[in-house]
Design a protein around this ligand. Structure first.
Ligand SMILES: [Zn+2]
Length: 67
């Protein structure tokens, strides 16, 4: 979904991207805490069926290498 821009459940391409920070932050953003490391999450939401995929934002992928 992140790379294809296509919903894996229903196949539609109308995807809402919710960044880890920004105007949607207070509503949709969630952190994952692992050993006191805060990992920011970005989400992709299918506007057709409502399916949600979540990814650790790329800035924090390196943090996970240390975990
Ligand atoms: Zn869908």
């Amino acid at each position: 979904m992140k790379k294809s821009g296509c919903c894996p459940k229903c196949g539609h391409h109308d995807i809402l991207y919710v960044p880890a920070k920004g105007i949607y932050r207070r509503n949709a953003y969630q952190d994952i805490i692992v050993d006191y490391h805060k990992l920011k999450v970005e989400q992709y939401i299918c506007k057709t069926c409502g399916y949600v995929e979540s990814y650790i934002c790329e800035d924090h992928l390196k943090k996970m290498e240390e975990l």
